[in-house]
Design a protein around this ligand. Structure first.
Ligand code: HGY
Ligand code: MN
Ligand code: MN
Length: 420
């Protein structure tokens, strides 16, 4: 090795800006440019081709599997050993910033460029990956590509998922040219590391440079269909109504009351992200509502209590409002701990660089929680400005914040990939 590999903050940030221009839109509310690269849309396809071109320009061997996960491999000195993998996602929610997921994928490629600059070949081969549809916003199941790669969700189940327009994952993968051929079940890497923005206020408020992620909290998603009776808004007396939107509103208020009550642990978070009325017109009592429920809890026990209570409340609302309520589980993951030794290594590597650290549970789901079922996995968080707002065009981490995280990723990667 000619010299210690060092991340280029400028090169990294320029790569984030370049990818951020794909699927860019002007957000009227903030006047900022946001990013909309919803999974398997043309914009996602363009973003994928942009990153694959970058991978190939680095001389990496690129493969695409049958669920569209992309892996880029860098040879190791002992190339038959299991690789150390780094990755994340480049699909986005429709109102995204430039950093969610992209930092981890472009950070992995920056690590490889820094190794090239230092003419360093690691003992183990390396893989930079991006996984399909981490967000789950379009097809309703988050961490889709990584959960297929780690056999939590069967390929055919994933293929059959459909968006609101009835388009399937399989058809949309084919439409963007990423219905790959390699087997989707991933051979276990030696280790998996993911650098990601915190997407919350903690690190920035406490002036912490690096979040050492201890694990991911549990996630539970419901899609709830409420069937009432459409009726004339002017002529129908209130007592004769079966108003689906009132039922939905009662459920939403109950979610907030549950989260604020502290009865399900101090950190239950509950969100009704989608509320779709039918017919959704001014002078018609909504006959149908489709809503989504997103529950998060760092305690599996408290999560199960919260789920049981909101499901019981669906029945109460149905009886009292004279509507029918059907619900289905669209995503469900338990709490996932990350590798304790890797956490210590991340903490030590950051502190050797004079960076402050703190342990932190991830509020958001990540591909790393799926890879943790297959291999030793860990995550490195970087702070975000504006209270770490995310899933919003205002999402912002500075060049220094990004470079700190990716440099720690590089340092820990070297320890793991060069260890005898
Ligand atoms: O929903 C999540 O936590 C992640 O952004 N997919
Ligand atoms: Mn993410
Ligand atoms: Mn996200």
């Amino acid at each position: 090795m000619n010299r210690t590999p060092v991340v280029s903050a400028l090169r990294l940030y320029e790569s984030i800006e370049a990818l951020g221009r794909i699927g860019r839109y002007l957000d009227e509310a903030s006047g900022l440019y946001g990013v909309n690269r919803l999974a398997l849309t043309a914009q996602d396809g363009e973003g994928r081709r942009h990153v694959v071109a970058k991978m190939k320009s680095l001389g990496l061997a690129v493969t695409v599997d049958r669920i569209g996960n992309v892996y880029a491999r860098r040879k190791g000195r002992e190339d038959t050993l299991a690789p150390v993998m780094m990755g994340s996602h480049i699909d986005s929610v429709p109102t995204a910033g430039k950093f969610d997921g992209c930092l981890g994928v472009l950070g992995a490629l920056e690590v490889m460029q820094a190794l090239d600059d230092a003419q360093h070949v690691t003992r183990r081969p390396l893989v930079a990956a991006f996984f399909t549809d981490e967000e789950g916003s379009r097809f309703g199941s988050d961490m889709l590509g990584s959960s297929v790669a780690t056999a939590r969700i069967p390929l055919q189940t994933a293929y059959a998922l459909r968006d609101r327009a009835g388009l399937s994952v399989q058809a949309e993968l084919e439409a963007i040219g990423f219905l790959g051929e390699t087997a989707e079940q991933l051979a276990p890497p030696f280790a998996y590391l993911e650098c990601h923005i915190e997407q919350g206020p903690m690190l920035r408020r406490e002036h912490i440079d690096i979040g050492v992620v201890t694990g991911v909290q549990s996630i539970s998603w419901h899609e709830v269909t409420i069937l009432g009776r459409s009726a004339h808004a002017g002529t129908t007396p209130m007592e004769l109504r079966a108003d689906a939107s009132v039922a939905a509103s009662r459920i939403n208020l109950r979610l907030r009351q549950m989260a604020l009550s502290g009865h399900y642990g101090e950190q239950l978070r509950a969100t009704m992200g989608a509320m779709v009325p039918v017919p959704g017109l001014v002078n018609i009592v909504p006959g149908q509502m489709t809503v989504t429920v997103d529950l998060r809890n760092p305690s599996d026990v408290q999560m199960r209590r919260a789920e049981a209570d909101i499901i019981a409340f669906y029945e109460t609302v149905a009886a009292e409002e004279g509507v029918q309520i059907r619900w289905r589980q669209t995503a469900r993951t338990s709490c996932v701990p990350f590798d304790a030794a890797f956490q210590d290594q991340i903490e030590a590597a950051a502190q050797r660089r004079g960076l402050s650290t703190r342990r932190i549970v991830s509020g958001a789901g990540h591909d790393a929680q799926e890879l943790a079922h297959l291999t030793r996995a860990a995550m490195i968080f970087v702070p975000g400005e504006y209270d770490g707002i995310s899933h919003n065009p205002r999402e912002l981490s500075t060049p220094e914040q990004c470079a700190n995280g990716v440099q720690v990723l590089l340092d820990v990667l070297l320890e793991i990939a060069d260890a005898e």
